[in-house]
Design a protein around this ligand. Structure first.
Ligand code: PLP
Length: 380
């Protein structure tokens, strides 16, 4: 089956009890057993729940792999992957990534004896140089948040595997509709389902997809033991969001392209980071690796810090808020919001300025979004 069919059908057979076609929200903590440990495959909802199972099967099918494990947030899913490691192991990670992932690595996992090196993952040679004998994981995020850098997944997989490490790809900004990391050699794919997969700004969730059964068993064990699971309602909402994923991603990408081109031509704009612009340093790679360029843009104005902040706060249709990937457009100041826990000197070294504004372009009418931006830019 092809993507659009899978997004609606995979994991979602009619309910065996009633024939309901919309996957029921199995809002139950537990399940009646016929005799001790004799049950219908479900004993307790921390371990398994039919609504969550439908979401896990659906996401696995969309990524084209046998296994999926859903979590209560993208960071809970990231944490599950990190727990495949042990003290003394080493991770090579991209230096441009979601600030919460960076915080989890540096402020939680480092203290358990896992070492991290952060490199420019757009250069496979830099990944290779950072790999050591104890490197077990290479962690990339592509497109990256907030600078929308594109990492060559195939090249990263080749260097990770040559060094005896697994490759994990945070593919949140692309979704399985725009990018297929497993076809390019990835071992683990992570999604914050909070973002485009759910797409409506009303759920926090995450998932890990994978091919390898022993690793899947370890992640399932972690999920059951720790209990960082999505609620049945949240699993239902993400499943529902996925039914329109391809339509939304087309519109997000189309709107973002129009907004990026508008911004690039505006005299008050200094730089626009969007993989769909020919000026983007990895535009050719993005064209090869993604089917469309998604809905995220980062922009720097020819303006003071104060004027940039006034611009971010002065938009009407773009609400100033954390989060991304929903139908409604958002603006964010990463340095003080989503990436506040990345040290300033690290950010500046990697080209991430104090003034950078991130836009999550929604699926409103692009002309209205551009008018909103124009109005705010004219005040700069
Ligand atoms: C690329 C990326 N990965 C992971 C996460 C973490 O996801 P969550 O907020 O669902 O924990 C985010 C959140 O913004 C993100 O942007």
């Amino acid at each position: 089956m092809r993507f659009d069919t899978l997004s609606i059908h995979a994991g979602q057979k009619p309910d065996p009890a009633t024939g309901a076609l919309a996957t029921p929200i199995y809002q139950t903590s537990t399940y009646a057993q016929d005799a001790p440990n004799v049950h219908k495959g479900y004993d307790y909802s921390r371990a398994a729940n039919p609504t969550r199972q439908a979401l896990e099967d659906n996401l696995a099918a969309l990524e084209g792999v046998p296994f999926g494990v859903a979590f209560s947030s993208g960071l809970a899913a990231t944490s599950a992957i990190l727990n495949l490691l042990k003290s003394g192991d080493h991770v090579v990670a991209a230096n441009d990534m979601y600030g919460g992932t960076y915080r989890l690595f540096r402020q939680l996992y480092e203290k358990y004896g896992i070492g991290f090196d952060f490199v420019d993952a757009t250069k496979p040679a830099d990944i290779r140089t950072a790999i050591r004998a104890n490197t077990k994981l290479v962690w990339i995020e592509t497109p990256s948040n907030p600078l929308l850098k594109i990492t060559d997944i195939q090249a990263a997989a080749d260097v990770a595997h040559a060094g005896g490490a697994l490759l994990a790809v945070d593919s949140t900004l692309a979704t399985p509709y725009l990018q297929r990391p497993f076809q390019l050699g990835a071992d683990l794919v992570l999604h914050s389902t909070t973002k485009y997969l759910n797409g409506h700004g009303d759920v926090i969730g995450g998932a890990v997809l994978l091919k390898d059964k022993p690793l899947f068993d370890q992640l399932k064990f972690w999920q059951k033991s720790v209990g960082s699971v999505p609620s049945p309602l949240d699993a239902y909402l993400v499943l529902r969001g996925i039914k329109t994923l391809s339509l939304r991603m087309q519109k997000h990408s189309q709107n973002a392209q129009a907004v990026a081109e508008f911004l690039q031509a505006h005299p008050s704009v200094n730089a626009v980071h969007y993989p769909g612009l020919p000026s983007h340093p990895q535009h050719d790679l993005a064209k090869r690796q993604m089917t469309l360029f998604s809905g995220m843009i980062a922009v720097e104005l020819r303006a003071s810090f104060e004027q940039s902040m006034a611009f971010a706060s002065g938009l009407d249709l773009f609400a100033l808020a954390e989060d991304l990937g929903g139908v409604r457009s958002l603006a964010c100041h990463p340095a003080s919001m989503t990436h506040a826990s990345v040290p300033r000197e690290e950010r500046l070294k990697n080209g991430f300025s104090d003034e950078l504004i991130r836009l999550s372009v929604g699926i409103e009418d692009a002309a209205d979004l551009i008018e909103d931006l124009k109005k705010a830019l004219d005040k700069v």
